[in-house]
Design a protein around this ligand. Structure first.
Ligand code: PAF
Length: 280
């Protein structure tokens, strides 16, 4: 496994595999890797001849400087994990390498980024699109792997690829969970054992809510989830929405869509967690 820090070194490593027509898979990450990332990288290794992983805490997608500062960074552990899975290239650029000049591109995702994360983290998805499009440009992967935990991010990346007609297949990978049901996230490292236990209520309550669709409207289920989670110590719901899984717009009746997802952001203490669940 090669760890490289510059675009030039990355391009040198990619030159031969490209000439040989090898399939290239990409897993973009911000490091602090856990089993969720490991699953993405395993898929990438299995489905491509060359697996490239990026480790880059992208400043343009953080709207809260404190969140950026506190974002966990564990490079040596990350490399060890990636080596054990069989990643071929790890690209770990500096901010200057990715953004030699400030990136002023503004993407238009219509209504997709106006709701949920987009509503609460202004500019977040523009920053995600900036960095992902740069990595697509540097690496030109045939496939790129994203976790379904970041459901809206996956939708936005698919939309960007569609708008720009990029020749890359976007592969969504199911959320990996702790035994307690808590969705794996790099941010979990900032939770105490007690907070983790409380945070596992998020998925348990969302699961319970899927059993209510026969007797309650989407609005009533939304209220049930918010109230139940807010009653758990340490937890405070920022938003919970039941939306069409493609447009991400709220539904008002269960027959509104065949693809229905509940998406949530919850503060556990001062750590912001997101998760989602499928209703249909
Ligand atoms: O999901 C993430 O970790 C990040 O948003 C991504 C896709 C690596 C872009 O910085």
């Amino acid at each position: 496994m090669e760890v490289v820090h510059t675009v030039k070194a990355l391009e040198e490593l990619l030159q031969q595999p490209r000439q040989q027509g090898k399939s290239i898979g990409l897993v973009p990450t911000m490091g602090a890797l856990h089993k969720g990332h490991a699953t993405l990288v395993e898929r990438c290794v299995a489905e491509n001849e060359l697996c490239v992983v990026t480790v880059f805490v992208n400043p343009t997608q953080f709207n809260n400087p404190e969140d950026l500062r506190l974002y966990p960074r564990t490079p040596e552990k990350d490399y060890e994990l990636l080596r054990s899975i069989g990643a071929d290239i790890v690209f770990v650029p500096s901010v200057e390498e990715v953004y030699p000049e400030p990136d002023s591109r503004v993407f238009d995702f219509d209504q997709l980024d106006k709701v949920m994360e987009g509503a609460f983290r202004p500019g977040h998805f523009n920053g995600v699109a900036q960095v992902v499009s740069k990595f697509f440009d540097f690496i030109q992967p045939h496939r790129a792997y994203f976790g379904e935990k970041d459901y809206q991010q996956l939708a936005i990346v698919r939309e960007m690829v569609k708008q720009q007609k990029l020749p890359v297949e976007i592969v969504g990978v199911a959320t990996v969970r702790e035994q307690s049901g808590l969705a794996m996230s790099s941010r979990n490292q900032r939770l105490s054992e007690e907070e983790k236990e409380h945070a596992s209520e998020i998925y348990r309550i969302m699961r319970e809510s899927t059993l209510l669709v026969e007797e309650k409207s989407p609005d009533q289920v939304v209220r049930f989830v918010i109230e139940a989670i807010n009653n758990v110590a340490d937890l405070r719901v920022e938003y919970f929405g039941i939306v069409d899984g493609d447009s991400l717009q709220p539904i008002s009746a269960w027959y509104d869509s065949e693809n229905i997802v509940g998406a949530i952001a919850v503060y556990c203490g001062d750590v912001r967690l997101i998760d989602n669940i499928r209703y249909r």
